[in-house]
Design a protein around this ligand. Sequence first.
Ligand code: NAD
Ligand code: MG
Ligand code: MG
Ligand code: MG
Ligand code: ZN
Length: 455
Amino acid sequence: MSVQSRAEEELLEKFLDAAARGHVPQVSSLLSHVPSLINQTGSSGWTALMLAARHGQLPVVEELLSRGCDKFSVNSSSQTAYDVSRFWGHRHISILLGGAEPGSLRVLPGSDLVPQENYFSRETLDRLSARRTDTEWMEARQRDEDSVYLLFSSLSPMVSCPEDQGSEGKMKLCRFRYEAVRDLLQEPATVLVFLGVERRKKPPSSSQTQEAGQEPPAWFAVGSDEDAAELLKRCREKSCLFPRSPNRDLLQLSEDEAGVVAQARSVLAWHSRYAFCATCGSSTRPEEAGHKRSCLDSNCRSRRGVHNTCYPRVDPVVIMLVIHPDGNQCLLGRKKIFPAGMFSCLAGFIEPGETMEEAVRRETEEESGVKVGHVQYVSSQPWPMPSSLMLGCLAVATTTDIKVDENEIEEARWFPRQQVIDSLFRGEAPAFVFPPRQTIAHQLIRHWVGINSNL
Ligand SMILES: NC(=O)c1ccc[n+]([C@@H]2O[C@H](COP(=O)([O-])OP(=O)(O)OC[C@H]3O[C@@H](n4cnc5c(N)ncnc54)[C@H](O)[C@@H]3O)[C@@H](O)[C@H]2O)c1
Ligand SMILES: [Mg+2]
Ligand SMILES: [Mg+2]
Ligand SMILES: [Mg+2]
Ligand SMILES: [Zn+2]
């Protein structure tokens, strides 16, 4: 070994040691002299970020991130620094690296994992379901000048989309005041849905001059059958539009607005499909601030007792990442309609009288021929296309031969863990394309990659 490379190696080990010990001044000074140290791995195959994450050195992690280190590089066991911090229980670091919010308590076994928040899941409004039958309160909220109205045409919300569109979160919901939609609310075909009131960031303190009983702004969704071009005239901004392809376009909203749209779109879709009573075929009309439809025939059976035909429907769907019995491969499939190269988790509607676990086993076997044993629930996602609830699971295969159901799936394959990691984090000529990060399929795959068996 040359004198120079030995000196370089010693410098690297000194740097990694400083990161592991939490010595921020030494880490910064070495990086100022030799910036290339930042992503280098030492004899253990670990970077400074991984070592800092292993030993809970939060200030070093912050310093490395501020200098732009690569948080996605993996060690020889395919773990990122995030995985390492999670495994060793350094929650502040895993929150920083994983971008999730703090707050989960160690109440249930296994609840030390950072809870997954999926797109379309964020609840920014308090639904106040008990208020839906309080017509006086509801009418006052409708006329309140602070109330927010969202306009929908053919189940698409009106959004503004500035010139530099394309980047996520740039698409914004157009918000209207009562005066701007007042005439529309008189139209017989208009459907109004109360979505909830804004959640207060913190409870008003007694010292605040908050008027007693003052309510936070209420939000409503308005479904209109007026011509879309006419509706757009209500907006002063030129860049407003109704997205044509909800499956793709609604993924451009911020997390906050996506959560509101998930509720609004599913309820409006239900109204548009249940104009007639499922029991007797008579017309129905909206009630309870848009959360119920009642049959207009007073003799109808649906008017006696409680019937689920009168309430918005939700369709449960299982979505599963099936793991090979060797623990190091996962099963992904592609439908013909997917973009080129994209593979995703298998999924399917739960059938009546079926458990979530059985639906995972049945759909996996139907679609791929693979048999599944153990099933573990991970997280869920409302999917307003129009009203699915995705129940995300990991499942362990007991057989490995693949025989696809060609009606539904074009191809299914076992993908090695390393190939998944490379496609997810490296991005250059990936073996396959992931579904977008807003899908629970994407999040399930990430979740599996982050599980450690061999740290
Ligand atoms: N967010 C995500 O990551 C993600 C990923 C995959 C699928 N999905 C959603 O999950 C849904 C179900 O997945 P799938 O299509 O593979 O299901 P699937 O495998 O059960 O096959 C769909 C077929 O099931 C039948 N079906 C049974 N119940 C149905 C119901 N309530 N509504 C409509 N069709 C019903 C229809 O014949 C339909 O063609 C899809 O519609 C899709 O929107 C979401
Ligand atoms: Mg399916
Ligand atoms: Mg099915
Ligand atoms: Mg199926
Ligand atoms: Zn009826």
